[in-house]
Design a protein around this ligand. Structure first.
Ligand code: ZN
Length: 369
C-alpha cells in the first residue's frame, strides 16, 4: 500500500473508534470474539490500519574513505577492523528478524585491487578548496594492493556477503565519498563520480537506485543529476536546524549538542513522511534517527536512548508514518556485543510493530515506490 493511503486512517471517522479500543482488542479481537458485531468493526479498522507505516534502515558503508580527513587508519584501526566481524553479525540479525536494509556503499570499496581502483577513477575529479577532503592524491601513498593487504580501503568480500543476504539493497554512498556542499566541486564532477560508482558496482549487482549523501550534504541543485543516473531514493535530513544539510565548516558545537540531547530525550519529532516530486529528483526517504554506538561513559543512559527509539518507532507505526534509522558499520566496530544486543532489541520491536500495525520493513528504494 502506498504511503499516501495512510492519511485515510488518520483523518477518517473510524480512527477515533480505534483509539477507544484497548490495543490487544483492536488487533486480536477478531480471534477472541468471532462473529460478533464488535468483531466486524474491529476487523475493518484492522484492515485500514495495517500496511501503511514503513521501517527503513540505511547503513553508510565506507570504511576509511568516510573518515580519512579526520582520522588516520591507525587512529581508527579497532573500529575499521571490527567491521569485518560486525557486518556478518548484522546480516545474521537482519535475517533472523526478517529485516530489510539499504547499504549505501562507497564505490571505491568494490575494487578487487589497487590497479582496478585506478582504472575506475572518474574522468573529472572535485577540486575541493579544502584539499584534505579529496581522496585522490592519497591513493598512491595510503592504499595497499588489495583487500587482504589493506582491509581498510577494499571490501569486495563484504559486499558479496551483503548482496547474498535476502532483503538487502546495495545503494551508493558515491564513488569517492563526494561532498556535494563543499567549495570547489561542481555538478559535472558529481555526475562523473556517480558514473564511476555505477562502473564499480556493475560486476556485483544492478545499478544502485538509492543514495545516501556523504556527511548528509544533500545539494538541491544536483537532483537532476540523480534522475539521469537512475537514482530513485535519497536519504534527506530532518527539517530541524540541528539536522539541516551544511558544509562541514558550518557544523557547530550547538548543533552537535542538540543532536546528542535529542538521542536521549524526545526533542525533535522523528516520524517522517516520504516526499515524492516526480521529475524533480528522487523520492526523499528522510532520516529519523542516527543509531549511536554504545558508549561506555553513558552506559547507564543506554536504556533511555533505546526507549527513545522504541517509542518513536511505535509512534510512527501507529500513525502510518516513516521511521528511518541509520548508522555506519564502523560504529559497531568497537563494543560489538553491546551494539548487537541493542540492534537485536530494536529489530525485535520492529517485528512486533509489523505484526500489530503492519509496520513494513523496507529498503529505501522500496519505500520510494
Ligand atoms: Zn559517509
Amino acid at each position: 500500500m502506498g504511503v499516501n493511503a495512510n492519511r485515510l486512517t488518520r483523518t477518517g471517522q473510524i480512527a477515533p473508534v480505534a483509539s477507544l479500543l484497548p490495543g490487544s482488542l483492536a488487533f486480536e479481537g477478531e480471534r477472541r470474539r468471532p462473529g460478533g458485531s464488535a468483531a466486524r468493526v474491529v476487523r475493518s479498522i484492522d484492515i485500514m490500519a495495517r500496511g501503511s507505516g514503513r521501517f527503513v534502515i540505511s547503513l553508510d558503508f565506507e570504511l576509511h574513505w568516510g573518515v580519512r580527513d579526520h582520522s588516520t587508519v591507525e587512529q581508527y584501526r579497532e573500529n575499521l577492523l571490527g567491521v569485518r566481524e560486525a557486518i556478518p553479525a548484522m546480516l545474521d540479525l537482519f535475517r533472523r528478524y526478517e529485516t530489510r536494509a539499504t547499504w549505501a556503499t562507497v564505490g571505491m570499496l568494490y575494487a578487487e585491487s589497487k590497479q582496478q581502483l585506478l582504472e575506475w577513477l572518474p574522468s573529472r575529479k572535485p577540486r575541493y578548496a579544502d584539499r584534505a577532503l579529496s581522496p585522490y592524491e592519497a591513493i598512491e601513498r595510503e592504499v595497499g594492493d588489495d583487500e587482504t593487504a589493506d582491509p581498510f580501503h577494499f571490501a569486495p568480500s563484504l559486499i558479496r556477503k551483503i548482496a547474498a543476504t535476502p532483503g538487502q539493497e546495495l545503494g551508493t554512498h558515491t564513488f569517492s565519498h563526494f561532498y556535494c556542499l563543499e567549495a570547489g566541486q561542481t555538478a559535472e564532477d558529481f555526475e562523473a563520480d556517480l558514473r564511476a560508482a555505477q562502473r564499480a558496482s556493475a560486476g556485483f549487482h544492478e545499478p544502485p537506485r538509492s543514495i545516501v549523501f556523504p556527511r548528509n550534504q544533500l545539494n538541491p541543485a544536483y537532483l537532476s543529476v540523480l534522475d539521469r543516473c537512475g537514482i530513485v531514493a535519497m536519504r534527506g535530513n530532518g527539517e530541524h536546524w540541528a539536522y539541516e544539510a551544511r558544509p562541514y565548516a558550518e557544523e557547530s558545537p550547538a548543533r552537535r549538542a542538540m543532536r546528542l540531547l535529542d538521542a536521549y530525550a524526545p526533542i525533535v519529532s522523528t516520524t517522517r513522511s516520504i516526499h515524492r516530486s516526480p521529475g524533480k529528483g528522487p523520492t526523499d526517504v528522510p532520516a529519523s534517527v542516527f543509531f549511536r554506538p554504545f558508549n561506555k561513559r553513558l552506559a547507564r543512559a543506554e536504556p533511555v536512548r533505546l526507549l527513545r527509539i522504541e517509542t518513536a518507532m511505535t509512534r510512527a507505526a501507529r500513525e502510518g508514518g516513516l521511521f528511518h534509522l541509520w548508522w555506519h558499520p564502523h560504529n559497531f566496530g568497537a563494543n560489538l556485543r553491546e551494539n548487537l544486543a541493542n540492534l537485536g532489541r530494536i529489530l525485535e520491536h520492529g517485528r512486533a510493530l509489523d505484526r500489530r500495525y503492519g509496520f513494513a520493513s523496507s529498503t529505501m528504494a522500496e519505500a520510494a515506490n
